[in-house]
Ligand binder design. Structure first.
Ligand code: FAD
Length: 436
């Protein structure tokens, strides 16, 4: 069977859905295909024992390309902002840095705070270290304070899913001085999938989303994209189109098109340039409160645990009455290489038992190690590939092709914006073409 569409988006993750919503809003009949049975990719949601549990992302950053996309396509963004949103949990003490920010936090821990803060100011005016120095080495030149190093490690882990010795200092400083840096974020009361459902409604106004439908081949000829073959209800369906946006990651995209279709330099970049990052997600239900802070806490000295969110404090509907729902994140060592999943999960659990004296009464709903082909980040910040693939009409979006130093679903939305801006600038505005 063959159908036609103005655009095909492979993957209903953050980047794919933002791109599809923008294109369908601009008049291009767009079909999104996803191999999973639900939208949202690594930022989706599942039900476990009556709890609404997120698979990956929980904190939705407001502002930037993300919120702009929702506004442009007329999709409601249902986010509840915790107050206070971010704190640090250091040696059993909660430090709310809401108003004082970095200076309040560092000022309590080290006499070298002003030297580090000066470097942040330098970074803000564009004076950044080169991309080779790690965040850990950069910090070592200003302080050896173990608590400060622990916090920087856990910030790298919480935001970029890697350790401080794996993240370029340039990417860390770029994020905290010129990106959103999760200054304003909230949780979706339906689980993170709620925000994608709103984009899905916008997409279906001039397009469709086919779930449980893997793309099995991208067709190209003479350096141009010509279509995508998908498996739908057990049948091969070819979708003819001259525009394909892949949210499957560059590696899977090259596999779908066949290496020989792509310029050799791009294939080489895909083979050696990507640095997938791993993390561990532990969803916890508890009758007793573990922490009173309503937003996200970042820990000080830990083995692997980096941060934890108190979801039911702002979104009680995520859990049955009488229960608290938390999600804790840990990052293995190394996060950008091979590791023993079982041992790393055990270290994270040891941290949780140590941080919370009443942890034994809590119930673990799920433990998920995000790695390999289902990683925390398809490429760590500082190691992103281009969004262009070397094939006309075939683009990548998502967290392997982020702008330098950006992170999270915000960064994925930004990739979609850059790609769709470029596409729409070259095309006359299309009339709505109706359903295929
Ligand atoms: C544990 C964890 C916590 C996180 N926390 C946050 C957070 O709090 N806030 C935040 O903003 N970000 C967070 N992130 C990061 C964020 O979730 C990801 O960066 C983002 O969701 C990745 O989106 P993406 O656009 O790359 O698409 P993906 O999520 O990778 O989605 C791509 C989709 O394409 C599908 N696909 C792949 N191949 C095919 C094929 N051949 N055919 C059809 N479909 C295909 C996949 O199944 C998937 O559904 C977190 C990530 C993790 C893992």
């Amino acid at each position: 069977m063959t159908v036609r569409a103005d655009a095909v988006v492979i993957g209903a993750g953050a980047g794919g859905l933002c791109a599809a919503a923008t294109l369908s809003h601009a008049g291009l009949h767009t079909i999104v295909v996803d191999d999973k049975g639900r939208i949202g990719g690594r930022a989706s949601t599942e039900q476990i024992d009556g709890f609404t549990v997120n698979i990956g992302a929980i904190a939705i950053e407001l502002g930037g390309a993300f919120e702009e996309t929702f506004n442009t396509v007329g999709a409601p963004l249902d986010i509840r902002v915790p107050e206070p949103a971010s704190s640090f949990f250091i040696d059993g003490k909660l430090i709310d840095v809401g108003r004082g920010g970095w200076s309040l936090l560092l000022g309590q821990l080290t006499k070298q705070a002003s030297r580090i803060l000066e470097k942040f100011a330098d970074a803000r005016s564009g004076n950044l270290p080169d991309g080779r120095q790690s965040t850990e080495d950069w910090l070592k030149s200003y302080t050896s304070n173990a608590s400060v190093h622990a916090i920087f490690r856990n910030l790298c882990a919480a935001i970029f899913a890697c350790n401080a010795n794996e993240l370029p200092a340039r990417a860390f400083l770029t994020y905290f001085t010129s990106k959103g840096a999760f200054k304003r974020f909230g949780f979706c009361p339906q689980g993170t999938i709620g925000v994608w459902n709103a984009l899905g409604t916008a997409i279906r106004r001039n397009g469709d989303i086919w779930l449980s439908t893997p793309a099995v081949q991208i067709h190209t000829a003479d350096g141009r994209v010509e279509g995508v073959t998908v498996m739908r209800d057990g049948q091969r369906v070819r979708i003819d189109t001259d525009l394909v946006i892949s949210n499957a990651g560059p590696k899977a995209t090259v596999a779908l098109g066949g290496e020989t279709a792509f310029p050799p330099a791009y294939v080489a970049q895909v083979r050696s340039g990507l640095r997938p990052a791993a993390n561990i997600v532990i969803n916890i239900a508890s009758r007793e409160p573990l922490i009173s802070h309503p937003g996200i806490v970042t820990f000080g000295k830990t083995r692997r645990l980096c941060n934890m969110a108190n979801l039911t404090a702002t979104c009680p509907e995520l859990a049955p009455p009488g229960w608290h729902l938390y999600v804790a994140y840990a990052v293995p060592i190394p996060a950008l290489g091979d590791f023993d999943s079982e041992a790393e999960v055990e270290l994270a659990l040891t941290d949780l038992r140590e941080q919370f004296s009443n942890f034994a009464q809590a119930k673990i709903l799920s433990t998920r190690v995000m790695r390999d082909d289902w990683p925390a980040q398809r490429s760590c910040a500082g190691y992103d590939l281009p969004r262009e693939t070397g094939i006309d009409g075939l683009w990548c979006v998502g967290d392997a092709v982020k702008q330098y130093g950006n992170g999270g679903t915000q960064a994925c939305a930004e990739t979609a914006k850059i790609v769709t801006d470029a596409i729409l600038a070259q095309r006359p505005r299309m009339p709505q073409t109706g359903r295929v």
